[in-house]
Design a protein around this ligand. Structure first.
Ligand SMILES: Cc1cc2nc3c(=O)[nH]c(=O)nc-3n(C[C@H](O)[C@H](O)[C@H](O)COP(=O)(O)OP(=O)(O)OC[C@H]3O[C@@H](n4cnc5c(N)ncnc54)[C@H](O)[C@@H]3O)c2cc1C
Length: 386
């Protein structure tokens, strides 16, 4: 993997060391991991391996709870995702879900809540999930219907969640449900629901083009202790958005990893492929394509690490994270498509790296806010400021 961008001023030495160690570890543990047909088992085993190697400690905040830093180190999370994505899409997914699934606990949990769940996330012995989307509330999160009714020492949850990554294999789910203090976004609270809680079931497993564990969840009279509520009542939407400010930027970083790998594969093919008495790389059309790929990646990387750096300085980065996610995911899609084109017929054969990148990248333009949602966030923020 190219490391030139690590010389950029966004990073500290510990970030450079992290990438150097992770690069060696990934080459040893992931390069030949392949893609298991049992995606649940492979995901569990990747989480165990990432935990044993200490990488998941970067997914949680608080050294008392297994983390490497007291607050979330956005740059470290982004560099981890970029590197893992370069090597193995499912390894990136496994790391990302430990962070996204526990992010609300790191950001808004009490000491007791953090002590209960974060150490297990950091060591890889518990899998986490983030349950926000619903069949009728994807982009329009505030339309959520899943309800949590106050009932003595518990909340009673009724409703559905869908597209939940790690659904079916997670040990706990950070769930957002309507507690009704106000209509829309201001009447939502956050909870931790443990797998196996009576009244909680996996209604459907969902099969997607780049396979990873995904499910629709159903809650019917599911009693969750009040001690499992994160933050105050009605703070759920704010907690979800704070979590997404970190993890949206990390989606951009994963897209960078996929895009950089595609450029690497495209360069290798262009240099190796004989054509018309020359090599594919010798044609100016090819050089223009490669130039566009590299420029797209570097511009997205600048936006991504600007957002990560700003957040680590304590700044609100909703606009910057949205710009990074939009530019990096849309850009990586173009870069990967260009790499497939360079590979010709071989580029669409199952098992070819660029073929799997082509499937891996697609959902990133949709989840954690589709590109159009990022456009709205950026546009509204510009207008608010003008
Ligand atoms: C692989 C995968 C994993 C996921 N993992 C999780 C998870 O772990 N947890 C979780 O909570 N959710 C998860 N999601 C859900 C994801 O966040 C939603 O799919 C996403 O928010 C879009 O919602 P939707 O699918 O209902 O599409 P819709 O909301 O129906 O949107 C459809 C399309 O409409 C367009 N659009 C949206 N808003 C506008 C607008 N204002 N103007 C014009 N066009 C617009 C966009 O192109 C969008 O793609 C996952 C999704 C996928 C595909």
């Amino acid at each position: 993997m190219q490391r030139d961008h690590l010389a950029w001023p966004f990073f500290d030495d510990r970030h450079r060391e992290l990438v150097a160690h992770l690069g060696v570890w990934s080459a040893q543990h992931l390069a030949h991991a392949g893609h298991d047909t049992d995606v649940d088992a492979q995901c569990r085993s990747l989480v165990r391996d990432l935990g044993a190697a200490g990488w998941l400690r970067h997914a949680v905040a608080g050294t008392a709870y297994g983390g490497t830093t007291e607050t979330i180190d956005t740059r470290a999370i982004c560099l981890l995702r970029e590197t893992l994505a370069w090597h193995h899409g499912l390894a990136d997914f496994a790391f990302a879900m430990q962070g996204l699934g526990s992010g609300a606990i790191s950001l808004a949990g009490t000491d007791a809540q953090r002590a209960r769940w974060l150490p297990r996330v950091a060591e890889g012995s518990a899998l986490a999930a983030f349950a926000l989307s619903e069949p009728e509330a994807g982009s329009d999160v505030a339309a959520m219907r899943c309800a949590a009714r106050d009932d003595g020492d518990a909340y009673v949850i009724d409703g559905e969640k869908t597209w939940i990554s790690n659904g079916g294999i997670a040990d706990f789910y950070v769930l957002f449900a309507r507690t009704g203090e106000s209509p829309g976004a201001r009447g939502i609270s956050a909870f931790v629901v443990e797998a196996g809680t009576p009244g909680f079931e996996i209604a459907e497993r969902i099969d997607v083009i780049a396979p990873h564990p995904l499910a629709r969840l159903r809650f019917s009279g599911c009693r969750v202790p009040k001690a499992n509520r994160l933050g105050e009542p009605a703070e759920g939407f704010k907690i979800a958005m704070r979590t997404l400010d970190v993890f949206r930027t990390s989606v951009a970083a994963a897209a960078l990893g996929f895009g950089r790998r595609a450029l690497h594969e495209g360069l290798a093919r262009a240099k190796a492929r004989p054509m018309f008495g020359q090599r594919l790389a010798d044609f100016q059309l090819t050089q223009a394509r490669l130039a566009q790929m590299a420029t797209t990646i570097d511009s997205a990387a600048l936006l991504t690490y600007r957002a990560a750096w700003l957040r680590d300085q304590g700044r609100t980065v909703t606009r910057e994270a949205a710009m990074a996610k939009m530019a990096a995911t849309e850009g990586a899609q173009q870069v990967i498509d260009a790499a497939v084109q360079l590979w010709g017929g071989a580029g669409v054969v199952h098992g070819n790296v660029v073929e799997s990148l082509y499937r891996e990248i697609r959902a990133l333009r949709i989840y954690e806010g589709a590109t159009e949602v990022q456009q709205l966030i950026i546009g509204r923020d510009l207008l608010k400021e003008a």
